[in-house]
Design a protein around this ligand. Structure first.
Ligand SMILES: *Cc1c(COP(=O)(O)O)cnc(C)c1O
Length: 369
């Protein structure tokens, strides 16, 4: 039996009729760019995140860029983030003209190590951008405390963490802004590209609404240099339908993670993801660690099991950032993640048989019973 890494079709089949009906409404109303279906989703998503506002936009990358821009982050500024993330986290920082400053991660959670942030703060530091990697929130209390003490803003990259919580507080509700991606493969995925920023700051929400629409504060009144980062009406409609199912889908992901743990925890040479106490992990990605990552990956792929490495090259070692002169060895924990993490199939519709096949194939590699 082959097991896909992600099966979007299994989800589409469950919601086809509802999605078709809602998309037809958007077409009949010709509400294609922004409009009421986007506003409806923004309200529901803000509620879901227990934030006061959500501002829809065209992608997670745009969400990060809008949040930074709305805080006047730009040339000469520095933003502290983790190097083991999707490239867009750092890219959005660079796109404002600011520079990313990397801080190594905690070896257990793989999220930014709060105890190492202070040493990276300099006179040009403006913000901290923790990434809630794989669906587990970064250790936010010390990050928020340090930011308050040093007058820095905190922008959460919550692109992988829809509905995750830290001691009961939802992703996107703790920092000054929370940025989400609705790329199709994310826990809440659009039928195309989309993103959103959450915030409790009304003025900031207004500023981001203007920035995503050419800096317009009223029709034909351009108060800022913005860009076109609007969300499509179709995506708003699709996301509103799917948001209703997200709590159930998250419950299933968590149950699958518990099942993987039960099947794999005795395997020597394999480290399973660790949930920090008080953390509600939403398992966007179920990543294990093994020193034999590439060989295990080949073994799984040879058996028809989809798997991946998130991410095989940390951002500081990408050639796009060679000008930062951060060689190998700069961030040992992040670099170890790049060598050793292996992401297994994880999606709500994953069946018992599929999970057992994945585990059985891993056991056959490690020679365990
Ligand atoms: C997906 C992702 C992004 C970018 O989102 P897009 O919608 O693809 O632009 C940014 N940061 C992280 C951590 C992501 O996983």
């Amino acid at each position: 039996m082959s097991v896909p890494f992600l099966d979007l079709k299994a989800q589409q089949e469950q919601i086809r009729e509802e999605i078709n009906a809602r998309i037809t409404l958007v077409m009949d109303d010709c509400a294609f760019a922004g409009g009421k279906y986007v506003e409806e989703f923004e309200e529901a998503f803000a509620n879901y995140c227990t934030a006061d506002y959500a501002v829809g936009c065209g992608s997670g990358t745009e969400a990060l860029w809008l949040a930074l821009l709305a805080h006047d982050v730009g040339p000469g500024d520095e933003v502290i983030t983790a190097p083991n993330t999707f490239f867009a986290t750092a890219e959005a920082i660079s796109y404002t003209g600011a520079s990313p400053v990397f801080v190594d991660v905690d070896p257990v959670s793989h999220n930014i190590d709060p105890s190492m942030i202070e040493a990276a703060i300099g006179p040009n530091t403006k913000a901290i951008m923790p990434v809630h990697l794989y669906g587990q929130m970064a250790d936010m209390d010390p990050i928020m405390a340090l930011a308050r003490e040093r007058g820095l803003i905190v922008i959460e990259d919550a692109s992988q963490a829809h509905g995750a919580a830290y001691d009961g507080q939802r992703a996107g509700s703790m920092g000054q802004a929370g940025c989400f991606s609705f790329y199709p493969g994310k826990n809440l995925g659009a039928y195309g590209e989309a993103g959103a920023v959450t915030t409790n700051d009304e003025a900031l929400a207004q500023r981001m609404r203007a920035l995503r629409d050419h800096g317009q504060t009223a029709k034909h009144t351009h108060s800022h240099i913005g860009w076109n980062c609007r969300m499509d009406g179709m995506q708003g409609a699709v996301l509103s339908v799917k948001l209703k199912y997200l709590p159930e889908w998250t419950k299933l992901r968590r149950a699958h993670a518990a099942h993987y743990r039960q099947l794999l925890e005795h395997v020597e040479g394999l480290l399973l993801p660790v949930e920090r106490e008080g953390s509600h992990h939403v398992y966007h990605i179920y990543a294990v660690m093994t020193q034999a990552r590439d060989a295990v990956m080949n073994h799984l792929q040879g058996a028809g099991i989809g798997c991946a490495a998130h991410y095989p090259t940390p951002v500081h070692l990408q050639s796009a950032y060679s000008h930062l002169n951060l060689g190998a060895g700069s961030f040992p924990h992040a670099e170890r993640c790049a060598r050793e993490t292996l992401s297994l199939p994880m999606f709500a519709e994953l069946t018992v048989a599929q999970r057992e096949t994945v585990a059985g194939t891993l056991l056959s590699y490690f020679g365990a019973k």
